[in-house]
Ligand binder design. Structure first.
Ligand SMILES: [Zn+2]
Ligand SMILES: [Zn+2]
Length: 348
């Protein structure tokens, strides 16, 4: 089979044509990968930055946002041939404190599919093998392109659900694919108004398509000024931090209304620093939450339902649909900033 592989430490991936197709054992299934979308961490792993070096062990197959069809089952697999599935890439251990308390999403011994963490398998391949317990069986009437976005949409859903946004104004900082999906999810969950902030005007335009009511280009406008004006100087009730830009994270607390809620999703790469911790944090009596990934499988069920019932449209975030053989073109488009979400088809 064909696969894109991270063969050694250092920058880059390589495509190989004659990789041995794995055999499912125990409770594993072999899937034909129908679609795989490219995520920010696939870029980190490509570039082999510090984050990647901590997570991954080479060699491995990257790509973790995958949907596939079961084509072969191990003897104890709890799925049948022909079933379409989404891959939950947080491979929880089932034994640690978090797993024993129904929080496998933040397992303390987590393996990560497509990240070279406790598994060499990933979605940038024509076939892939994984335990059936990490498979989300697709049962609603949604397309494969929608299904492959269940994974990133699930991150947005998990974050927005933590905010309790019913009837509230929400500020979404950062309009990458997860931020954009967060706009749609916020509206579907009953936010009063969604305000999105980014430095890229084309992303802000896209956020309007996804349901944002007001966009703020932070390269031209003062975000605090806009937020205070829009909230009668009260500050915003809900903030979802999706940018990971340390400067945005550091300043966001000053935008928050007293008693407000914040959820952090973006990944800051440098230490954080809040200038006025008493007025901006402690005396605000705020609620700060963070999320890593999706609730398994609550988030998947909810996102699949929202898409099937046409409560959200995830497709506008897709900028490119390519064959996996065009993986280099895909990464170039991402590096140049001209792409949003790219979907690869490994079978083409
Ligand atoms: Zn991802
Ligand atoms: Zn665990």
């Amino acid at each position: 089979m064909r696969a894109v592989i991270k063969e050694e430490a250092g920058e880059g991936y390589v495509m190989r044509e004659h990789v041995t197709t794995p055999e499912p054992e125990g409770d594993e299934v072999l899937i034909r990968v129908e679609r795989v979308s490219i995520c920010g961490s696939d870029i980190a792993l490509y570039k082999w930055n510090e984050v990647a070096r901590v997570i991954a062990t080479v060699p491995f197959i990257p790509g973790h946002e995958a949907v596939g069809t079961v084509v072969k089952c191990g003897p104890q697999a709890a799925l049948t041939i022909g079933q379409q599935i989404g891959v939950e890439n947080h491979f929880y251990c089932g034994k640690c404190y978090c797993c024993e308390h129904e929080r496998g999403d933040i397992c303390q011994n987590m393996g990560q599919y497509g990240h070279g963490k406790k598994t060499t398998h990933g979605g940038f391949s024509q076939y892939s093998v994984l335990s059936s317990k990490y498979c989300f069986p697709l049962t609603r009437n949604i397309t494969l392109d929608e299904a492959v976005l269940l994974e990133p949409c699930g991150v947005a859903h998990n974050a927005i659900e933590q905010l309790e946004i019913q009837g509230e104004d929400v500020l979404i900082i950062g309009c990458g694919p997860i931020g954009l999906l967060g706009c749609a999810v916020s509206k579907a969950m009953g936010a009063r108004r969604v305000i999105s902030a980014d430095i890229d005007q084309s992303r802000l335009d896209l956020s309007k398509t996804m349901g944002s009511d007001l966009v703020v280009n932070t390269s031209r406008e003062d975000l605090k000024e806009v937020i205070m004006r829009e909230t009668q100087q009260n500050g915003i009730g809900r903030i979802c931090e999706m940018s990971g830009a340390a400067s945005m994270v550091n300043n966001m607390f000053s935008l928050l209304r007293k008693g407000g809620h914040v959820v952090m999703v973006g990944l800051p790469k440098t230490p954080l620093h809040v200038e006025n911790p008493l007025p901006d944090i402690v005396f605000k009596s705020l609620t700060l939450k963070t999320v890593h990934g999706r609730r398994i499988f609550h988030t998947w069920l909810e996102c699949e339902r929202l898409i099937a019932e046409k409560k959200i449209d995830v497709l506008p975030v897709i900028s490119h649909q390519l064959s996996m053989t065009q993986w280099e073109t895909a990464f170039e488009a991402l590096f140049s900033g001209s792409a949003c979400k790219i979907i690869l088809n490994p079978m083409k």
